[in-house]
Design a protein. Structure first.
Length: 155
C-alpha cells in the first residue's frame, strides 16, 4: 500500500508544512499562551567541578574559605550549648527484672523456633504468657507523671 500524501510520514509532505500546521493548531487551541522567553546572551557562571566532573555549588563562589579546617569537634562549641551529663540510671526493681526476663525468653523462644528447634506445646503457651506478663510488668514500671521542671523538649 503506497503512502498517501496526507499521512505525516509520507515523503511527499514537507516538514515545514507539518510544523506550520502544528503551530496553527496550537495557536487555535491556546490563543492566550504566554510567549517563550527570549534567549539570553549571558553565559552561565563558571562552576568548579570535583575530581568526578560533578559541579561544586557554593553559596558564594568567590568565598572558598567557608569552613575552618582546624576545628576539632566539641572544642569550639560554647559551654552553654552542651547539656549537663545524664543522671545515673535508677536500680532495677525485682518486678522489672522479671518483666525483662519474660520478654527476653519470648524473643529467645521465637528465635529457637525459627531455627527449627521443636518445642512442646506447653512451652509455647508459657512463652505467650511470659511475653504478656513481662510486657505488663515493664510498662507498669514507667513513671506516671513528668517532673515539674520538664518541658518535654529533651531528646
Amino acid at each position: 500500500m503506497a503512502d498517501s500524501p496526507d499521512r505525516p510520514g509520507s515523503p511527499d509532505r514537507d516538514v515545514d508544512a507539518i510544523d506550520r500546521e502544528f503551530r496553527a493548531m496550537i495557536e487555535a487551541s491556546f490563543p492566550d499562551a504566554p510567549a517563550a522567553p527570549q534567549p539570553s546572551d549571558r553565559s552561565p557562571r563558571d562552576h568548579r567541578t570535583d575530581e568526578d566532573g560533578l559541579p561544586i555549588w557554593l553559596a558564594d563562589p568567590d568565598d572558598e574559605d567557608d569552613f575552618d579546617d582546624e576545628a576539632d569537634g566539641w572544642e569550639d562549641v560554647p559551654p552553654g550549648q552542651v547539656g549537663e551529663p545524664l543522671p545515673p540510671m535508677r536500680a532495677w526493681t525485682f518486678s522489672a527484672v522479671l518483666g525483662a526476663i519474660g520478654v527476653a525468653w519470648s524473643v529467645t523462644a521465637v528465635i529457637l523456633v525459627l531455627l527449627g528447634v521443636t518445642l512442646p506445646g506447653w512451652v509455647g503457651w508459657l512463652t505467650v504468657g511470659a511475653f504478656v506478663g513481662g510486657f505488663v510488668l515493664l510498662i507498669s514500671q514507667l513513671p506516671r507523671s513528668r517532673p515539674p521542671d520538664d518541658d518535654g523538649a529533651v531528646v
